[in-house]
Design a protein around this ligand. Structure first.
Ligand SMILES: [Zn+2]
Length: 131
């Protein structure tokens, strides 16, 4: 069995796939973070926008997301640390590294500290800061 794109030892369908298709909602900020990474791998642009918080969603352009998702060869996701973001929390933080090859075949390590908010029981990505 192949691991999920996010690196978890579960199939994509059992892991991030069920969030991206809307069968389940992520319980934690980390699950949302992982599924957003897998959404880049699978070019699931509507999911990326839908899970971005309404306060920052207008900063993201679906064509730009699509372009980045398609032109990159996604290699791996590493979760460095998480703060809060659990089932009972209303906010959460995830530090991660996403490694990919860009259109020129350069390996890029995107190191980000992302913040998440829960609204009506649903987690949203708010913003990411480069580390
Ligand atoms: Zn996954």
């Amino acid at each position: 069995m192949q691991n999920c794109y996010c690196g978890f030892e579960k199939s994509f369908e059992e892991c991030c796939g069920k969030f991206i298709t809307g069968i389940n909602k992520p319980n934690t900020a980390e699950e949302l973070m992982r599924s957003r990474y897998s959404a880049y791998v699978t070019v699931s642009v509507p999911y990326i926008l839908k899970t971005t918080h309404s306060s920052t969603r207008n900063l993201y352009d679906s064509n730009a997301i699509k372009e980045w998702a398609i032109s990159s060869k996604w290699i791996k996701l590493e979760i460095i640390q998480t703060k809060k973001g659990k089932l009972q929390d209303e906010e959460g933080f995830v530090e991660f590294k996403a490694t990919y090859k860009d259109a020129d075949n350069h390996t890029i390590v995107h190191h980000e500290y992302s913040s998440f908010l829960k609204e009506k029981g649903e987690w949203f990505f708010v913003e990411g800061k480069s580390v």
